[in-house]
Design a protein around this ligand. Structure first.
Ligand code: GAP
Length: 471
């Protein structure tokens, strides 16, 4: 497919970062970690709504990448691996960023994140004279900066009771290697034929020099990665085929396509393992940034692991009678960056009867709660009882919440602000006619539905939103 570097029209960013950070804290999506101790830089905790959103995003990814496909299976490998894995993979030695330090305030920066360094190529970033050539200064106090040196991004620890070099282990900086070292196990136990993939979701760790922009870049984060093993001669075409598939996953779940673009890595920018890499970028409030990377890793990983371990990691193709090391096409998405993107992109402010309404237009499958059940009068025990009964019934199948802590107008606004697609209101008439009002978040349209029909309606609308047929 053709890769468009820049989209012609871009929808204006609806939310700035502070708005999202403040909504996240106020409504329980994301909190600063260890806040009572003053927080720890660039680590965040997901609150009651955040954990639902994040789990829903991971589930939607798993559905698209594993559940709905015959050719991809799942894996959950350990975060700690044999240290040789990281030597063989090239991460020990090559997984580093250029660090510069201010001579006066001693602050440290990632060179390419400095204001004025945006256009620097990777070759520039390795040039020891780059600071002198560009005249870059410390953004904090204007002090002189050191020449760049490579800073190792892997977190190290020690396995067992002895803190010696022989006991060093690394926290994995990507989930991918777990899939490579299990290639034979998975292929033999599932009897998959090429092309096939291994998908994983899990935590990764990088000692980033300059984390920031909320959960965009952190030191502990989740990845949703899929490694697709292919015949070498098919790798280029299969790589191209994954680009629109991954793009479509974001737009299916509501991301505005005018705020997405592809960006191909320049030759000197490619990661040490990559033959070709194209990022899906999103226009965050702080600029165009990587959302997901799609990589043709060639036979770099399996070839190196085969040589270093002495294991035979070739694939035997009975149809052609050939043995060869498969190439790998990787799709590498972020388990934090994707939910963050959906959150930003869903944020809207509109006006209802002269009042500002904040609404998260999250895809129903991603919304933390699918439905809220609200009593119109909390002083009438029969109404409260019926509302609680409806909630308990819905909760057998979906996340449903009961709320009676304010007047109905305010309750609706609160649910709009956290993206709940449907509100069910129980009123005095419900006690007579056995029907309730179902209100839709985006249109605010209301419809009267018999109590027994509420769950069916919610489940059918969820199925329809997912693009499947109602059961
Ligand atoms: N296995 C290939 C790989 O790790 P990557 O482009 O370095 O590729 C893949 O990372 C994805 O992981 C990124 O697109 C991003 O969504 C997420 N990611 C990487 N570093 C991150 C960080 N420090 N904080 C949050 N997410 C990160």
């Amino acid at each position: 497919m053709t890769v468009t570097p820049v989209q012609p029209t871009v929808a204006p960013a609806v939310a700035d970062l502070e708005t999202i950070v403040s909504l996240s804290k106020r409504r329980g999506f994301i909190f600063p970690s260890s806040e009572i101790y003053g927080g720890i830089n660039a680590v965040w905790d997901y609150g009651p709504l955040g954990v639902e959103l994040k789990n829903n995003v991971k589930r939607a990814w798993w559905r698209a990448m594993v559940q709905e496909r015959e050719d991809i299976v799942g894996l959950d490998a350990g975060i700690l691996m044999h240290p040789q894995v990281w030597v063989t993979s090239g991460h020990v030695g090559s997984f580093s960023d250029p660090l510069v330090e201010c001579a006066t305030c001693q602050r440290r920066y990632r060179l390419d994140e400095l204001p004025g360094a945006e256009g620097l190529s990777q070759t520039d970033q390795r040039d020891p004279d780059i600071i002198e050539r560009t005249g870059l200064r410390c953004p904090n106090d204007g002090g002189p900066l050191s020449p760049p040196r490579r800073f190792d991004l892997m977190f190290k620890s020690h396995m067992g009771p002895v803190e010696e070099d022989a006991a060093i282990v690394y926290l994995r900086p990507e989930t991918a290697q777990g899939s490579y070292v299990n290639f034979k196990n998975v292929q033999q136990s599932t009897r998959k034929k090429l092309p096939f993939g291994i998908a994983q979701i899990g935590k990764s760790f990088r000692n980033e020099i300059s984390p920031g922009n909320f959960v965009f870049r952190t030191r502990e984060f989740e990845q949703m990665e899929m490694q697709y093993f292919v015949r070498p001669e098919e790798a280029a075409d299969i790589f191209e085929a994954w680009l629109p598939r991954r793009w479509d996953w974001y737009t299916k779940y509501g991301v505005d396509p005018t705020r997405l673009r592809f960006r191909e890595h320049a030759a000197d920018e490619l990661a040490h393992y990559a033959k070709k890499a194209i990022d899906i970028e999103y226009r965050f409030p702080f600029g165009w940034k990587e959302l997901e990377g799609i990589h043709n890793r060639g036979d770099f990983d399996l070839g190196n692991h085969a040589r270093a371990s002495g294991e035979n990691l070739t694939y035997f193709d009975p149809a052609t009678n050939e043995s060869f090391i498969p190439f790998i096409v990787e799709t590498a998405a972020g388990g934090d960056r994707a939910p963050f993107t959906f959150l930003i992109d869903a944020y809207r402010e509109d006006e209802v009867r002269g009042e500002k309404r904040v609404v998260l237009r999250l895809h129903p499958e991603l919304a933390p709660y699918k439905v809220a059940v609200l009593p119109l009068l909390k002083k009438r025990p029969e109404i409260v009882q019926l509302a609680r009964r409806i909630r308990a019934d819905l909760a057998q199948d979906v996340m449903a919440v009961y709320d009676d802590t304010a007047a109905i107008g305010k309750l609706y606004r609160r649910q709009d602000e956290i993206g709940t697609p449907w509100c069910v209101t129980v009123d005095v008439e419900s006690l007579e006619d056995g029907a309730v009002t179902v209100r839709e978040r985006d249109s605010m349209a209301q419809q009267r539905v018999p109590v027994e029909g509420v769950k069916r309606l919610v489940l059918d609308r969820l199925t329809a939103a997912r693009g499947g047929a109602p059961s």
